[in-house]
Design a protein around this ligand. Sequence first.
Ligand SMILES: Nc1nc2c(ncn2[C@@H]2O[C@H](COP(=O)(O)OP(=O)(O)OP(=O)(O)O)[C@@H](O)[C@H]2O)c(=O)[nH]1
Ligand SMILES: [Mg+2]
Length: 532
Amino acid sequence: MTALLRQSVNTFSNDDDAIMSNSDIELSGGTEFSDGTEFSGDNGNSSDSEISSDSEISSDKASARSRVTPLSADPSTGELQLEERTSLRRVRGLSTELADVTEVEYRQLRLEQVVLAGIWTSGSAAHAEASLRELAALAETAGSVVLEGLIQRRDKPDAATYLGSGKAAELREIVISTGADTVICDGELTPAQLTALERVVKVKVIDRTALILDIFAQHATSREGKAQVSLAQMEYMLPRLRGWGEALSRQAGGRAGSNGGVGLRGPGETKIETDRRRIRERMAKLKREIVAMKSSRDTKRARRQRNQVPSIAIVGYTNAGKSSLLNTLTDAGVLVQDALFATLDPTTRRATLDDGREVVLTDTVGFVRHLPTQLVEAFRSTLEEVVDADILLHVVDGSDEFPLGQIDAVRHVINDVIREQDAVAPPELLVINKIDAADPLSLAKLRSALPDAVYVSAHTGAGIPALKKRLVEELVRKDVDVLVEVPYARGELVSRIHAEGTVEQETHEQNGTRIRAHVPPALAAALSEYAL
Ligand SMILES: Nc1nc2c(ncn2[C@@H]2O[C@H](COP(=O)(O)OP(=O)(O)OP(=O)(O)O)[C@@H](O)[C@H]2O)c(=O)[nH]1
Ligand SMILES: [Mg+2]
């Protein structure tokens, strides 16, 4: 595993190590306090403007990454040239913990070079490795360079330091030898575990949750998306406010904080309390804003429902090919990227199925194992829309190592939302995508495990006609039987029955056309007054 994840190992000189811990001291001095300030928005909209600058930046992730290359290419330089450091400003690391540009630069520098640490508690070794590989992909999506990965076999995470003490010491060695500036743990750590592990490895430690939140913050573009992510980040930060950088500030001895070391406790506590209150206020405001944005979306949705267009929600694991499939089905031109969480905002497109029926398809945010609960919470309004759909098109990456695990993770999130809403789950149509790239043997296994799924390739178009046919079948299944006598004056209703439904019997009576047919529920409602 270690070899697998090792991409480049560079050794910062001891000198540089000194520089790093120096900046740690600076950072830790006030980090945890300034977090709050930044959040609570001393200038009311700080959080918004920050995130939007992020999204501009992340829109060009590829070039942003290439700009980092010179840094890792010449690691021995020790200290960075000023312009190199300035160029690092483009991606912010954890957007929530930086107070000024200097810190941004240092944090950037540190977040670029990461070592991963995971715990293998259950399942096979291959599962544990896949999870860590996914963490590596997430870290890269966030703009970091992954130097190395480490997995420990344990029954459960160590209560104190997540990894066992021996492994934590080993991690410290790896951090030193690779010159890493950040450790990312493959799980959600308690604030205390983060602090304790930071104390051992002596560089910043973040967890999977913080990483995913960071990616979302970089990718959110719509106002609603940004608000949802901000809310999730605040939710995550709130209990950790005191913890951040605490371990490092201890090392810093008397230099920690502008109040001096011992002074941290008194005024510090008070400051944290104020910060917490401000964050809570800001969170409450965001929640209200999100509710307001949702209601405008509800109006749109209601209009669609009035127009009686069935809706199909495309859901699935991140990078499964949801946007690609939407494009293939509708020529939508939605952004497709080999990156995790390329899509955060739902895109809705109309399409006409083979039987002439109009539908709307909605592309949605992808899911991932251990999707932070804060995000599920924040994206609830978006997810609710998914739950309201007539059909869930569940897209799965057929070329993934563990597609069944992906399916479970996605269903888990959806079921949670459904249960909380007391809603009825829409019928799910499983679509196994990327069959062009899948290994034939695993694909054969998948076909026997999931015989009801549709197998497609959004790239080659294979299976797409079959998928469209299945969609029609699923919608027909929702059709209802009606027996009506439509007055001759309402000829347009008769035309609709012919266009949207299946006519079984049609006779012309004295007062109108008598028809027995299967029709979509919406049309049945429109016909109800003529029912016999
Ligand atoms: N080989 C192959 N690659 C595909 C296929 N469909 C999508 N991809 C690739 O998979 C990657 C992800 O595709 P997207 O459509 O962005 O996936 P998504 O599910 O919308 O991803 P997120 O929005 O990030 O959750 C891209 O690199 C696509 O080119 C396919 O049928 N075959
Ligand atoms: Mg997408």
